[in-house]
Design a protein around this ligand. Structure first.
Ligand code: ASP
Length: 300
């Protein structure tokens, strides 16, 4: 059901671009649909784009199926090191955290970095210290480690395979436009299985994992972090929007450019400043969902 208030608001989410096995296709799609509904509820209740992307990403961080919060991919040493970013297109403010553990909802801690500090990113022990100082809820590391993540980590060690498309990258992200015309973007991840301890991917890097500018649009990325950073994928996509490309074309061209230039694979969700949606991926799958005019669309 559509009403006048729903005309201009949109939210789009993704659940990570990678070669998802058949057995997970349906559940990951259901997972992104549930997350996009969560964000939509926030928007129709009058919440901001920032509130909506945070709620949608929190929902996927809490879902063990996705590589963010609970269910994060493990490092080479079997540890949890989470990265996240949130960006406000109204002021170009951003908050990010990297290499953190003991936090179930890293995107919410990233928002606190944006709102309560004069910095953009806090990492590892410093981020944890900040979390403690502001009374942010901490969890045991074990809470974040699922049997599936452990199994995948063991599989990596037994095959001693290089990190590539074989291993799960179900990073999550969201972009929203609220009724005031504000755009926000957010991304959260455990990174890639068996990453080196201390490795930070694209997800918490402004312009790589996410970007938002009310005057142009917003984007969240997923895929091979080292490739995404080299081409600053979300800033690249938003720049193409600024040059007059449609949201869909901007998503397609950006991923094409990343492949041409650095042979990287990934996925993008994009909104232009009036709420046109772009979704594209160069992996075999990427669960996505969006709600526009009160209608939900999804795919994988
Ligand atoms: N981009 C993430 C990273 O490299 C992984 C992903 O998108 O799934 O850390």
């Amino acid at each position: 059901m559509k009403n006048a208030d729903q005309e201009n608001i949109v939210i789009v989410v993704h659940g990570g671009a990678w070669n998802i096995p058949e057995s997970l296709l349906e559940s990951t799609r259901t997972g992104v649909e549930a997350a996009v509904r969560e964000g939509w509820q926030v928007l129709i209740a009058g919440g901001s784009a920032l509130d909506a992307v945070e709620a949608a990403v929190n929902h996927m961080e809490d879902n063990p199926l996705f590589d963010a919060g609970i269910g994060a991919a493990l490092t080479r040493d079997g540890d949890v090191e989470l990265d996240a970013i949130i960006m406000d297109g109204k002021t170009l403010s951003a908050g990010a955290v990297a290499g953190i553990t003991h936090i179930q909802n890293p995107v919410s801690l990233a928002r606190k970095v944006m709102e309560k500090t004069s910095h953009v990113m806090l990492i590892a022990d410093g981020a944890l210290k900040f979390a403690k100082e502001i009374g942010f809820p901490l969890v045991k590391k074990e809470t974040l480690i699922t049997d599936e993540a452990l199994l995948e980590w063991k599989r990596f060690h037994s095959f001693n395979h290089t990190i590539d498309e074989l291993f799960s990258h179900d990073t999550v992200g969201a972009v929203a436009l609220d009724k005031e015309g504000n755009i926000a973007a957010a991304t959260s991840t455990g990174g890639i299985t068996a990453k080196m301890p201390g490795r930070v991917g694209d997800s918490p890097i402004i312009g790589s994992g996410a970007y938002a500018d009310n005057k142009i649009g917003g984007a969240s990325a997923t895929g091979h972090g080292e490739s995404i950073m080299k081409v600053t994928l979300t800033r690249h996509a938003v720049y193409l929007l600024e040059q007059g490309l449609s949201a869909q074309k901007a998503a397609e061209n950006s991923l094409h450019y990343m492949f041409q230039r650095v042979h990287g694979f990934g996925g993008l969700i994009l909104l232009d400043r009036v709420g046109n949606v772009g979704i594209h991926f160069t992996t075999t799958h990427m669960p996505w969902a969006y709600i526009k005019n009160g209608n939900l669309y999804s795919g994988v």
